[in-house]
Write a protein that binds this ligand. Structure first.
Ligand SMILES: [Zn+2]
Length: 264
């Protein structure tokens, strides 16, 4: 296996120090002035359609919003489609569920962006000078379609964001250690990755293929003009770290985590 390039930062995701608190934060993103975020771990299902405890989802979403000084009236989310559609949103979109959208961009501090995940990477991009925020869901399909490039194009074209100032943080997701893929996915990743030789791993002894999705996305973010030292890779893998929801480990109906972010 080729070692992962070391030029990227670590997101430094960690659980709250207060045992009564719930939400994880990234030390990398917490150091960025003007950005607020939380990641909901296992036991804090953010989905209204997956999981046995969806009757309490709105209460949990309200609690997650409260943790970043927001409310569900300001929250936008989507029925994600593993595609590249990005919605430019503002306060008028509060409490709205978009259909077929995998990312949001905004310049409005009165809207909170939410992306669902159970293994798929979530990606938060922030231009601190112009205070432009983007959030995307980038699973293997979205990554092969380069959804983060669409996210950044919306941030730039609609809001004038400048990637030379921007940072990107990738949420806890399936890591290259565990994310086994089939040949057809490997072929698509090979065709679309910036540097396929570093993101695909063949374990010859077990005849298995693994994809390092967060590294694939980091390379796409770098190609969009974000400095590599301001791109933070997740420190956890949701498949082998049982503190997270994992589609691969738990199946499709276990519930979903979410990354919430807003401009402070
Ligand atoms: Zn793992």
């Amino acid at each position: 296996m080729t070692p992962a390039p070391l030029q990227y930062a670590s997101a430094g995701w960690s659980p709250p120090k207060d045992p009564a608190a719930i939400y994880w934060r990234s030390s990398f993103a917490s150091d960025i002035a003007g950005l607020q975020h939380v990641f909901a771990p296992l036991g804090c299902n953010m989905s209204t359609t997956s999981g046995s405890d969806t009757d309490q989802t709105i209460t949990r979403r309200a609690s997650a919003c409260d943790a970043i000084g927001s409310s569900v009236a300001q929250l936008v989310c989507a029925k994600q489609a593993h595609d590249t559609n990005i919605a430019a949103v503002g306060a008028r979109d509060g409490n709205r569920v978009f259909d077929g959208v995998d990312g949001f961009a905004t310049d409005d501090p009165n809207v909170t962006l939410m992306a669902f995940t159970a293994d798929c990477p979530t990606v938060m991009v922030f231009d601190p000078a112009r205070k432009i925020l983007g959030l995307a869901h980038s699973g293997w399909k979205g990554s092969c379609l380069n959804v983060v490039a669409s996210l950044i194009a919306t941030m730039t074209d609609k809001f004038g964001a400048n990637m030379s100032n921007a940072s990107a943080t990738i949420g806890p997701c399936a890591g290259g250690c565990c994310y086994e893929i089939k040949e057809d996915v490997a072929m698509q990743a090979e065709a679309s990755a910036v540097d396929a030789s570093t993101v695909l791993r063949k374990a010859t002894a077990e005849s298995k293929l693994y994809l390092n999705l967060p590294l694939m996305i980091a390379q796409q973010l770098e190609q969009c003009g974000i400095a590599p030292e301001r791109i933070a890779l997740p420190s956890q893998c949701t498949i082998c770290d049982t503190r997270f929801y994992s589609y691969r480990r738990q199946g499709p109906n276990a519930g979903q985590a979410a990354l919430l972010a807003k401009i402070a």
